[in-house]
Design a protein around this ligand. Sequence first.
Ligand code: NAP
Length: 424
Amino acid sequence: MRKVSVGFLGCGNIGCGVWKLLQEFKADILHRADVEFDVKKILVRDVTKKRDQVIPAELLTTDPAQITDDPAIEMVLEFMGGEEPATRYMVRALEMGKTVVTANKMALALNWHILQEAAEKHHSGLYYEAAVCGAIPIIRTTIDSLQANRIEEMMGIVNGTTNYILTRMSQEGSDYADVLSDAQRLGLAEPDPTSDVEGFDAAYKLSILSSLAFHARVPFDVIYRQGITQVSATDIAFGKELGYTLKLLAIAKRAGNVIDARVHPTFIPDDHPLASVNGSFNAIFLHGHACDDMMLFGRGAGSAPTASAVVGDMLYAVSRDTPRYPTFHNANTLSDGLTVTDDWHCAFYVRLNASDRPGVLAHITACLGKEGISIRNLMQRDAVDGHAQIVLITHDAGECAINKALKAIASSDVQVESMIRVER
Ligand SMILES: NC(=O)c1ccc[n+]([C@@H]2O[C@H](COP(=O)([O-])OP(=O)(O)OC[C@H]3O[C@@H](n4cnc5c(N)ncnc54)[C@H](OP(=O)(O)O)[C@@H]3O)[C@@H](O)[C@H]2O)c1
């Protein structure tokens, strides 16, 4: 039997979940892997705080060096959150030759190059399954199981909070602000929801996922990001009438050396596999040249599901003869030879408020036609006070072309109320 001494950096939601899983699954872990994880020290901010689990007081410390610098500790688990000091502590642990397991997508996405360098230099393992989509094994599926594939496309619902909000808006016809405050009351959204609702969390995860899928670093700052704060119940309802469901998608596509990486509210057809992923569930839909279409679905957050990924990584790490860590040549910048396009191609949903006068529709179609954009569906609502709602969905077009067309359409007779991208 191998005994592995472990230190925790953080003991909040995820730390307590890992503590609980390590306790209740101890016998199974021993039986399955012949290993015992012995938690030696736990870093927290406040040692007197009441926690979800009963943690022996002598394990708690506010001194990170008692974990990162203790030669007796072999493995460091990081679930403090935030960029710093989490990155600094992980780097220190890697420099001390320790294995690091992290759930921290932000630190990883922003400081991948620093963590990779420390791991490489000191030949220390760095594992991060829990950083993307909680319990869903998307990291190891991408880097191991799908190695024989050229992954051309990934689309994911990677943030449970925004999926919960959009699902309820869609099912109940409620407004964004009402559902958000309800989600905050239920503990499903943070008191400061910015990271989730503005798409930061999804973009951190997309940076990690697309880098692994495309074997090329796709840094966080090249990802286009638009959150859900401007989404209206009206657009969700019109989309529904046309057979579409609205989701906040993290999308990455690669065609040759051109990458397209973006997070934004997206309409997908009701029969798309991602359309039925509701509530706080996550899913990744991907296409590889050999595996074809594939979807992984499951709990993307929460104490126990995330602990499942952390403890899975701990077992994986101890089962390896050599440590594993990312090995990108260009760990900080977009890899050589690649470009990121902001002129991606998809269909577009557009809602217009137009004067109910002859020639207005002709003006709209002419502006679209001038940019080579044709209409797939068009719906007009009866005029109220001389104004009609016009909703249209285009055939595939370029982002630059639609923006140009919408600029030309906007006039004293037509207001562009919203534009939402549509994927198939
Ligand atoms: N929550 C989820 O469902 C989920 C899912 C996947 C991944 N993650 C990731 O897991 C990480 C942790 O999330 P969480 O929800 O567990 O956060 P949390 O509940 O806020 O816990 C953070 C823990 O870190 C400690 N901590 C924070 N800053 C510290 C500092 N400067 N010095 C010492 N201790 C510090 C806190 O100490 P005190 O307890 O004393 O305040 C607390 O124990 C984040 O990176 C998050 O993105 C979370």
